[in-house]
Write a protein that binds this ligand. Sequence first.
Ligand code: IPE
Ligand code: IPE
Ligand code: MG
Length: 243
Amino acid sequence: MTNKLPRHVSIIMDGNGRWAKRRGLDRLQGHKAGVESVRAVTEFAAENRIEFLSLFAFSEENWNRPQYEIEGLMELMIDAIIGERNTLMNNNIIFKVIGDFSRLSKKLLDKIDDIQTSTSVNSGLTLIVFLSYSGKWDLINAFNLYLDCIRNGSNSIEDTFDPQTLEKYLSTSSIPDPDLLIRTSGEQRISNYMLWQCAYTEFYFTEVLWPDFRKNDFKLAIDTYMERERRYGKTGEQINKNN
Ligand code: IPE
Ligand code: IPE
Ligand code: MG
């Protein structure tokens, strides 16, 4: 094996709509079925001592979907947060949500706030859900937060702007960059996800649709990652010498 277990695995959970269509069901039924896959990957991550598992649940661009689907998805998030509360607490899981909160309903924000506070006492797996998130939003938001600090005097215009400065203002400042990014359903694109943070992430694409994704699929992705050589611009010889 070349790599250690990934510290942070992220998943673009895709294919719910196609899963439903193939069964003659409504798209929302596909999203509902996807919750079972979330349970499976969370369990797998906790059992295998992965430190951070993040899930792309709703993108900034997904606000352009039909209103009934958006409303159904938001209801599903609320139900899932309420329904999974005991499981999260019993399994020592820290739960975080990242994204543009200005677009979320008060009802959902209250549930998020409540579950984040309750699970903050835990010390096991950190489960992060990206909701109303996009990589471009994250970067622009970080620049604006930085500018606010210049305007209010806590940053100086003379300060150098470097990668560490930017990272301090990104919504992901408290979590490490993903080591492995999995995307289901055969699509091979980043869809405006963590653009900065994925600079050296290993990508893994699978044809499996999200509602069908189970522990054995996750294990295959992890095993594939562990066989890879991460070179960060160096030569294979340089990497092997340091191992
Ligand atoms: C992913 O499944 C879930 C969300 C983007 C909310 P999709 O709904 O994108 O499923 P497909 O791509 O239409 O099959
Ligand atoms: C990306 O899926 C976002 C999430 C999985 C939440 P989409 O299905 O919306 O992405 P595109 O539009 O096909 O790239
Ligand atoms: Mg899709």
